[in-house]
Design a protein around this ligand. Structure first.
Ligand code: EPZ
Length: 420
């Protein structure tokens, strides 16, 4: 699919943020551990999520949409032999099935998961963590993993701030024998949401929101009666905030969680973006001049790597030379060459650092969407480029943003989608 964007339109009005893609994935995986039917609210309609739901359905889980953004899930009758290996390889977040499947079935055979092209996506932390809990793991030359654990036992493990490794270890530990100490745990809002959900099901987890989690294994997890409202996506907030800043629009973003946004708002402020952060909303004020900034992506609560490309685009409109450093991934600068094609003045100093000088006006041209967040960046670049921008492989954006084009059109953007 390709998106055709006519630049120069202002945005106005307000937009509501949906649940986080990186929160709903572990919540769905965790349902393999939970008895009973669960209703999740504020669930975004994303292609990656649909693939994950198909994997669960393929194993016999009952999964259906019971509302526009409400999902009902029950996994009482699930057969691991129904696991679709091809689907597992399609995306990174299927790795989140490792921990819960091991805890539930004691022995599993899974392919090495796939993922988008933002760099080497090792899983050593996942395997070391599950191994510390007693899993034996073998891999064949095709990368298929054979994992076995008659009874997972609590242990002290290091998660080295890996988001999905922390989530996998938590899901393996909540019904393990004895207690588990996870040091260097990731603390992203989506890791916290998973932990709070598991506690609501009867798990015993202390230290949620910190880098040290203590988990005492329990016998059984039961779905709570009340639906679970998926935590709102701080990455969607950042994306719409940059869209408003770039188009010099006034825009209110509703459904935000202020304490998840301190690093993002600090970066906005340092770039000269004017905003007001309320108890549940972020309003970007109309402004005309942005200043070059220095940005380093970090683990939470630092600046999120998933917003790096979007702030790289903002830097093309800021006065002076900005420096952006992303130590987490070594292939997350691909978007820069696409912006240079549009007229940006940027130099990629090494796989982790880019220097961007602005302001430069961008010209519409044909560009590609390289990964999910780079795709969103290309859409926003089209909003401010002179003339028409054509984004190829634009369906990549729907992996992590529900109807991003339609929601921008509703705010005043001029975007049409065509099948290639
Ligand atoms: C999660 O990926 C997110 N995905 C990513 O979002 C996000 O960019 C990333 O966390 C960082 O915040 C999901 O939650 C589904 P990591 P994950 O393990 O867990 C190294 C998006 O656009 N590492 O925290 O795979 C790794 O190389 C996606 O929504 C190991 O060395 O990221 C990287 O340098 C893209 N060994 C760093 O840790 C491991 O076993 C962060 O990786 C695992 C990771």
């Amino acid at each position: 699919m390709k998106m055709l964007i006519k630049g120069g339109e202002r945005l106005e009005g307000c937009v509501s943020v949906l649940g986080a893609k990186n929160a709903i994935a572990p919540l769905i995986a965790a349902m393999l551990l939970v008895k009973g039917r669960m209703c999740f609210e504020n669930v975004p309609r994303l292609t990656d999520l649909e693939h994950l739901l198909d994997i669960l359905r393929g194993m016999g889980a009952s999964v259906e949409w019971v509302g526009e953004h409400t999902l009902s899930v029950e996994t009482n009758h699930v057969d691991p032999m129904g696991l679709d290996s091809k689907q597992m390889k399609r995306m990174r977040f299927s790795i989140l099935l490792l921990g819960p499947m091991l805890a539930r079935f004691q022995r599993i055979q899974v392919p090495e998961p796939g993922g988008c092209t933002i760099g080497n996506r090792p899983i050593d932390t996942h395997l070391e963590g599950l191994g510390a809990l007693g899993a034996s793991i073998e891999r064949d030359d095709k990368g298929t993993m054979f994992m076995e654990a008659d009874r997972l036992k609590g242990a002290s493990v290091l998660a080295t701030f890996s988001v999905t490794a922390t989530e996998n270890i938590v899901m393996a530990a909540v019904m393990a024998e004895g207690s588990t100490m996870i040091r260097l745990a990731a603390a992203e809002p989506h890791v916290q949401d998973l932990c709070h959900f598991l506690v609501a099901c009867g798990a015993k987890i202390k230290g949620i929101g910190t880098h040290d989690l203590v988990i005492v294994g329990v016998q059984r997890l039961e779905a709570p009666k009340k639906p679970w409202h998926v935590v709102s996506d701080m990455l969607e907030v950042g994306t719409f905030a940059v869209a408003a800043a770039l188009t010099k629009s006034e825009l209110t973003i509703n459904g935000v969680v202020p304490e998840h946004l301190y690093a993002t708002c600090d970066a906005l402020k340092r770039a000269g973006v004017r905003y007001e952060l309320g108890p549940t909303s972020l309003t970007i004020q109309r402004h005309a001049r942005y200043e070059a900034f220095k940005l380093q992506t970090m683990i939470y609560p630092g600046f999120p790597t998933d917003l790096q490309a979007l702030f790289g685009l903002l830097a093309t409109q800021a006065h002076g030379t900005s420096c952006i450093h992303d130590p987490l991934f070594e292939a997350r600068m691909g978007y820069v060459s696409e912006l240079v094609k549009m007229g940006a003045n940027a130099v990629v100093a090494d796989p982790h650092r880019v220097f961007i000088t602005g302001p430069t006006s961008l010209r519409g041209t044909e560009i590609r969407s390289l990964d999910l967040r780079a795709g969103a960046t290309m859409v926003l670049a089209g909003l401010i480029a002179e003339g028409e921008t054509v984004i190829h492989d634009a369906e990549m954006v729907y992996r992590g943003y529900e109807r991003l084009d339609a929601r921008l059109v509703a705010l005043g953007a001029s975007i049409t989608c065509l099948h290639e």
